[in-house]
Design a protein around this ligand. Structure first.
Ligand SMILES: Nc1nc2c(c(=O)[nH]1)N[C@H]1C(S)=C(S)[C@@H](COP(=O)(O)O)O[C@H]1N2
Ligand SMILES: [Mo]
Length: 326
């Protein structure tokens, strides 16, 4: 079967500029999704299939859903939505990434772990996955005020940190995404400080929620989802989870992050989901929860939850910090 992408009818047009810096109100949002009068005819869910050579056929390890992270009290987002409505700015400054990114691969792939560690490491995917592969269903909240529910596959980040053996002087971990302007056209345009980079405090990285995803929806990560490995921190806005990560460096000072470097007053280092701390240009009190955009009834406006619903797991990490840093 040839590899092709069928654009669902709600697909955002390229003209619908939507970066982290543009907020759409409910009417525009529904319009951008192609939801409105035209849906009245009752479109069925498009059957979405995408083939990828991004990880050279490495078989998926066996896994089970971790019962502790099996339910989040709301529906899963349909796979075709999670894999066609994406932010991957190395490839496109809009959500319409999937066609541009379809041949992207990091193969052979290695993750370098260095900095303040006992011994620097270079790991392949198999080395990481054998630390314990599992499925976790997490809420996902983008700072643009939309959300999804995603079944990730991967390894707890705490296990990778333990393997790295950080020295006691290490206070943060910095993540770097790939840099390859030949594959990623926007990395040549000088607009941002590529490669994409992020960071966490060590105790955040060791929290039980931190996750290293190499798959989602029962298969390896597709190119648009950050092949072959991304970081997932569900209590933070989505941009705190870098895609296609190739380096993890332990450091003693708070590292620079991609969005803080671009617009410091809008994207602070911590960026924990907080309904009461508005983005300077829009409210975070509510979010558009996306399940299946082919179905009007499934785009719901729901209240945003403190720490995206994960206060129990992570609240203690921030109890002595002023709220505006969240
Ligand atoms: N390397 C890289 N990682 C990234 C981004 C990006 O543009 N480049 N976008 C971030 C943002 S803003 C979000 S919301 C999520 C989007 O993940 P998704 O496309 O799988 O929903 O990836 C994050 N990680
Ligand atoms: Mo985002």
């Amino acid at each position: 079967m040839p590899s092709f992408i069928r654009r669902p009818s709600w697909y955002l047009p390229d003209s619908a500029a939507t970066g982290e810096d543009v907020f759409f109100n409910r009417r525009d949002f529904l319009k951008a999704m192609g939801i409105g009068g035209m849906m009245a005819g009752g479109l069925s869910t498009p059957s979405f299939a995408q083939e990828t050579a991004a990880t050279s056929g490495l078989p998926l390890p066996e896994y089970a859903r971790n019962p502790k992270f099996a339910h989040v009290g709301r529906a899963l987002t349909e796979e075709y939505v999670g894999t066609t409505f994406n932010n991957f700015w190395e490839f496109a400054y809009t959500k319409a990434v999937v066609n541009i990114v379809k041949d992207f691969k990091l193969d052979p792939y290695t993750l370098t772990i260095d900095g303040l560690v006992e011994k620097p490491l270079t790991l392949g995917l198999e080395d990481i996955e054998k630390l314990g592969y599992e499925e976790r269903v997490y809420r996902f909240r983008c700072v643009e005020a939309w959300s999804m529910t995603v079944p990730w596959l991967g390894v707890p980040l705490a296990k990778l940190v333990a393997l790295a053996k950080p020295k006691s002087t290490a206070k943060y971990v910095a993540f770097k995404s790939f840099f390859d302007p030949k594959q990623a056209p926007n990395q040549s345009d000088g607009r941002y400080k590529w490669p994409y980079h992020e960071g966490l405090r060590i105790d955040e990285a060791m929290n039980e929620l931190g996750f290293v995803a190499t798959g989602a929806y029962g298969k390896r990560l597709l190119p648009q989802s950050g092949t072959p490995l991304r970081i997932v921190t569900p209590w933070k806005y989505g941009y705190k989870g870098p895609k296609s990560v190739v380096r993890m460096t332990f450091v003693d000072e708070q590292p620079s992050t991609f969005w803080s470097a671009a617009i410091p007053n809008e994207y602070p280092f911590y960026s924990n989901v907080d309904p009461q701390s508005p983005h300077p240009r829009w409210s975070q009190a509510e979010e558009k929860f996306i399940t299946d955009k082919a179905n009007v009834a499934d785009v719901e406006i729901v209240p945003t939850q403190w720490y995206n619903g994960y206060e129990e797991q992570v609240g203690h990490l921030y109890k002595d910090m002023p709220r505006k840093l969240y």
